[in-house]
Design a protein around this ligand. Structure first.
Ligand code: AMP
Length: 120
């Protein structure tokens, strides 16, 4: 698997403070911010601060502290959002999943019924 990381991607630029974001939570290991084109009333992205292109890359190469820190941030964000009625967690990886930004991000979606998981 080619996990080479492009440091010019837009989320890398957000992490460097080069472009603004609507931050929900920032920790040592993760940043959570609102998606710029929300697909649901709740649509937050959580990204690790390290240079990982996808969830599978993150799981393979991130250290235990980074991984625990990332998932702790996800948990904290979930507690701040209204997800009582349900949520969907999505991590698109590479072309078949239509990943647009090559920095691992976990979508958290909710706030309305979200329909079936996949549309053919
Ligand atoms: P994906 O297709 O899984 O790579 O999703 C990329 C997501 O990033 C899309 O939902 C975009 O709306 C979102 N996005 C792109 N640029 C920004 C930005 N500058 N701030 C917040 N969200 C963004």
């Amino acid at each position: 698997m080619d996990y080479s990381y492009d440091p010019t991607n837009i989320f890398a630029r957000i992490l460097r403070g080069e472009i603004p974001n609507r931050t929900v939570l920032e920790t040592e290991h993760a940043l959570a911010f609102e998606d710029i084109h929300p697909q649901a009333p709740v649509h937050v992205l959580v990204i690790p601060k390290g240079p990982y292109v996808s969830l599978d890359h993150f799981l393979r190469d991130a250290g235990a502290e980074e991984q625990l820190g990332f998932w702790a941030a996800v948990s904290e964000v979930c507690g701040r959002l209204d997800l009582e009625a349900g949520a969907r967690f999505i991590a698109n990886s590479r072309d078949h999943a239509h990943q647009e930004v090559p920095h691992y991000h976990l979508h958290i979606l909710g706030g309305r019924p979200l329909g079936p998981m996949l549309v053919r």
